[in-house]
Design a protein around this ligand. Structure first.
Ligand code: PGA
Length: 240
């Protein structure tokens, strides 16, 4: 995949209403204009359409480095699935979508088969999947299933994110950057091709450089440290 690096993904989870998100975009948008890679912001669904109009006004956007991603999509293409949002519904709104996050697996009982279906639907809608890998054993399912993930690995952004490293109660507990780098390299080895892999879990302004300096880590998936715009801008300035 030919994305310029570093790639920074801001995962807002179930935080921020539209007013809060709008002022975050106002503060961060113009400051990341010269950032080398894309800064992909992933707010909740109700925010996405408004954020899309704000980032892509008909008069031409000023926030070109800010890109939009969803935090998840439905595993169904379309139909009577109350509460679901399909990939095709998001196609004109965002260019990326996170799938397979360990919080989806933990709280919503999602499995490897669900994740594979979601990747397939995203690719059909030309949305880039940001595929979280919380345990390298999950890759067995993708390799054995044979087609969707392996054949399209160059169209996917992978994220190595061990659940134990995800911040908890505002406490950062990151993976050792060396171990993260080895695991990112292992993802390419298992797929037998060089794939783009980010690291996620407790990234903050103090540790981002240590992860981005690693050969196999192309960027970061950021949760807690994206919520406050000042903290996020510090993180961005340390990533340059
Ligand atoms: P964290 O979350 O940066 O708060 O650890 C990252 C994520 O779960 O995507």
């Amino acid at each position: 995949m030919n994305e310029p690096r570093p790639i920074v993904v801001a995962n807002f989870k179930a935080h921020k209403n539209w007013d809060e998100m709008e002022s975050w975009i106002d503060q961060v948008g113009s400051s990341v204009r010269d950032f080398a890679g894309p800064v992909i912001i992933c707010p909740s669904y109700p925010i996405l359409a408004s954020a899309s109009s704000k980032l892509n006004p008909p008069t031409g956007g000023q926030n070109s480095k800010l890109k939009l991603g969803a935090q998840d999509i439905s595993k169904f293409e379309e139909g009577p699935y109350t509460g679901e949002v399909s990939a095709s519904q998001l196609a004109k709104i965002c260019q990326y979508a996170i799938v397979g996050h360990s919080e989806r697996r933990k709280y919503f009982a999602e499995g490897d088969g669900d994740v594979i279906q979601k990747v397939d639907l995203l690719l059909k809608s030309e949305i880039t999947p940001i595929l979280c890998v919380s345990d390298l054993k999950q890759l067995d399912a993708y390799v054995n299933e044979g087609k969707t993930v392996v054949d399209n690995a160059q169209k996917i952004i992978f994220v190595y994110e061990p659940p134990s490293a995800i911040s908890k109660d505002r406490d950062y507990r990151p993976e050792d950057p060396q171990v993260a780098d080895q695991n990112a390299a292992e993802i390419s080895r298992i797929f037998n091709q060089n794939v783009l892999t980010l690291y996620g879990g407790s990234i903050n302004p103090e540790n981002i450089k240590a992860f981005l300096s690693k050969e196999n880590i192309a960027g970061g998936l950021v949760g807690q440290a994206c919520l406050d715009a000042d903290t996020f801008l510090q993180l961005i300035s340390k990533s340059a």
